[in-house]
Every structure is written in structure tokens, then in C-alpha cells.
Design a protein around this ligand. Sequence first.
Ligand SMILES: NC(=O)c1ccc[n+]([C@@H]2O[C@H](COP(=O)([O-])OP(=O)(O)OC[C@H]3O[C@@H](n4cnc5c(N)ncnc54)[C@H](O)[C@@H]3O)[C@@H](O)[C@H]2O)c1
Length: 301
Amino acid sequence: MAASIDHINTIVVVGSGTMGLGIAQVAAMGGFDTILCDIKEEQLERARKIIESNLEKGVARGKVAEDDAKAALKRLGTSTDLDVALESADMLIEAVPEILELKQDLFAKADRLMRPHAVLATNTTGLSITAIGAATRRPEKVIGMHFFNPVHIMKLVEIIRSKATADETFAVTEAVSRKMGKETVEVNESAGFVTSRINALIGNEAFRMWEEGVAQPEDIDKALKLGLNHPMGPFELVDLVGLDVRAFSTRNLHENLGEMYRPCQIILDLVAAGRLGKKTGQGVYRYDAEGKRIPGSATLP
Ligand SMILES: NC(=O)c1ccc[n+]([C@@H]2O[C@H](COP(=O)([O-])OP(=O)(O)OC[C@H]3O[C@@H](n4cnc5c(N)ncnc54)[C@H](O)[C@@H]3O)[C@@H](O)[C@H]2O)c1
């Protein structure tokens, strides 16, 4: 059965961590009945509190109308009963951890339980959409929707077509993203898509310049912000994203795209030392108890 945006009323978001909760928020704000699922009840409770707080802040800042926030919260349900949620939804957006077998199992189950018109989207950062789609009998309805953190603030969704994704699946996903208030770009499946691939190169180069003594991280960050108009410097960004996350995605790029993407040794050394970024209090920079960067705190591992 052909999928069209008119058939998409209920969206099930699976995984209520950093990304899933943000996706559920923008789905509900976009007018979709939204079911946020997780295996852990406490994660769902945490997610609901964060969404409520995000919406409250949005209202306080005049970015969200109070009635819209209330209506979105009414449209948002949470559940640990994945089977029931899948049976009732027209679209899946998956945001469980980045493990291929976990995503394939979930997609195989969604394929068995969801209605024939349902579209199955994954928020994977680097896994093959074609490999995820191969776990289903409807690979033409499987697609990548790459959101950015924090989802309710970041404007972009990279929509990734696998080798098998049908045009109508792309069209539905684009229309859903627009209803969520997002801009989209169309990308054919390739390691790192557009954003992670370019970012890995900029990040690696910044680390090399630091290692070679070309400039210190604070000056490299300042140069990219004020000279090239980047909203954040490469070291500020990697500390926010997490050095472990960056090392993982750069390794994947290196395996798939070659030598140019080899993760530089400093990132690997920082990860080995437990300096994972803001979340551990130290990455490239050190952070105080309130998460504020301490000036002059960048040290090589
Ligand atoms: N964090 C980012 O900046 C970012 C950005 C873009 C894409 N992604 C991708 O999004 C996905 C999720 O990342 P995250 O950072 O939100 O992870 P996270 O660890 O914050 O959240 C994952 C959630 O999935 C739940 N979960 C685990 N197994 C499950 C299962 N079988 N069924 C239902 N729920 C299950 C966990 O309890 C947890 O709440 C990953 O594929 C990641 O690569 C992350």
C-alpha cells in the first residue's frame, strides 16, 4: 500500500534518551499523536519531565504559544508496551542505542506488527540504512532521519535514502519533517552522511594543529567562530558531543572512506584517559560544577 502524509497520524518514537525525547517533543508539536516507548519506565518519566520543562521554557521565551504547548503534551503518551504501540502507529522513528543487531531486531518486529502503509525511520548516526532495511520485508519503506541534538532547537533533519528506499517514502518523511518544523536535506546513503563526514575532517584537522603547536584550542575555536562564522569552535563542539562519540564515528568513517579519516591519536588518548568532554567534566577543556568552561584549561593528554 502506498504511503502518503495523509496516512500519518500516529508516530511511535522508540528509545526515550537524548534524541528520542526531543524527537517525540517535535512530533507532538507537529500535530502527530505521539507514543514515546522505552524498555525503562524511569527513562520515560525523565523524558516527560524534560519535555515539559523544554516547553515551559519555550513559552516563557515567547517561542511557543501556551495553548500549543498544552495541546502537544496532550498528544504525547509514553509506554513500555512496544507491541501495542507499534500496532497502532503509522510511522516508527527509532532512537535506540547505536547497535546494528538491536536496530535490526526492532525493525523486524515493527515490520511484523505495523500496518502495511507504515514508514520505518531510523535516527542512526552511522549504521547502514540498507542493512537495517534488510531485516524487514518492506525495505522500500525504510529510511534514515538524522536529527541533531538538541532536537527541539536544531533546524536540520538529514533524510537518508538507502539503496531500496522508495520515492514516496522519501516524500512522506520530508513532509513529516516539515510538519515538525524542520528543514531537510536529501542524502544518499554513505558513511557519515553529509554533516558527520565534514565535521570529522574539521575536528581531526583542529586536533592536528593543536598537536603540531600551530595554535592553542581556544585560539583555534575563536578563529573558526570569528573568521569563518562557525557558531561553535571545533573543540567546543567535540566537548559537547562527547569525544567517545566522535572517536566512534570517525573510526567508522576511516573504515569506510579511507586513510584521510583516521582518527587522530589525541582524541583516542583523551578517550582512554576518560576525558570524554563536558559530560565527564573534562575533555579538551575542563568544566566547573555548573558546566562552565574554565578559561585556559586545555591540556594535551
Ligand atoms: N546523541 C546525539 O547527539 C545523537 C545525534 C544524532 C543521532 N544519534 C543516534 O540516535 C540514537 C540514540 O542515541 P541517544 O544519544 O538518544 O541514546 P541514549 O542512550 O540517550 O538513549 C537510548 C534509549 O534507548 C533505550 N533503549 C535501549 N534499548 C531499547 C529497546 N530495545 N527498546 C526500547 N528502548 C530501548 C534506552 O533505555 C535509552 O533510554 C543512536 O543511534 C545515536 O547514534 C545520536
